[in-house]
Write a protein that binds this ligand. Sequence first.
Ligand code: SF4
Length: 363
Amino acid sequence: VNNYNSKQSVKEVAAGYLKEIRELAAVPYTVMEVCGTHTVAIAKNALRDLLPAQIRLVSGPGCPVCVTDSSDIDQFLYLAAQPHVITATFGDMIRVPGSQKSLQMLRGEGADIRIVYSTLDALDLARKNPGKEVVFLGVGFETTVPTVCVSIEQAQKEDIRNYSILSMHKLVPPVLRALAEDPETEVDGFLDPGHACAIIGSEALAFMAEDYGMPGVVTGFEALDILEGLVMLLRQRDQGRAEIEIQYDKIVKPEGNRVAQALIHKIFEPVDAAFRGLGIIPLGGLGLRKEYADWDAAKKFALPEFETVEIPGCRCGNVLKGQITPPECPLFARKCTPLSPVGPCMVSSEGSCAAYYRYAQRS
Ligand code: SF4
């Protein structure tokens, strides 16, 4: 589907896409970029400022740190406070507030919380600390789950019993279905997440077009990819179509990555999951199958359940549903900044509020 012509410069290709977008944008059109990486790319390349006013880009629920509910963070905190536990997590998660504090604050109080760059680093921590329990905080969409699976398989192979996962993994199709069924969602088309769809395939999102008449284009992460994705969406409207197309065809296939899907299915099963701002989404997350209970921190530690607690004044939930843009939150750039974040959308490097703040864009 790609329209790039290798003889044209990037500037010429971009100018061509922008011209077509202007021609096709006679009436207002709201596009949700589902993925946090899209949000950052759009902000960094100032694409909002280049688009005609009729095209409104809103962020979606694809930033995994942002959608992690306060109740899940409270479970992380409960676990991390245990004296014999080393908690391993990716970096952004450490600063996100739960109901009382963040992992960073708990670390300041003496908890052993380590930032890792891969699940295999976390597994290595378990190897090197046989007298401790190492728990990896599983936060992310389908994109990152295969690497978690690999670490569990390796732990099983080496019979490493002091390693486990606290799975708060989320799934893209159920959260998009929840958005499609929400009467307050005012989105005409979706830039669908290229990374997650590399695993699940565009066919996994076909229901959005078939059941709800909502078109989507699975899009890559360069500025030209995003502009081309927008052109493809607007062409669908112009031609009266609603389909799930692939712009990012270098990476994404309609059927996805069957090997990765089989690995995920072998170790995980869909479970209900709490999304910040969206509530409980049926079968919206992944839990470990009972065959892997030895590596399931939720079973190993009999964790208590926590209530969801809203952060006073934070409109992250509305941002994640595309209902407002970050500058419409009264705390944006006043009480809430990247140095002093109030909500997760300002903490995460892929958060919409952080992207708006860093690259100062139009609403
Ligand atoms: Fe929440 Fe801060 Fe974003 Fe407002 S600006 S929605 S307080 S993260």
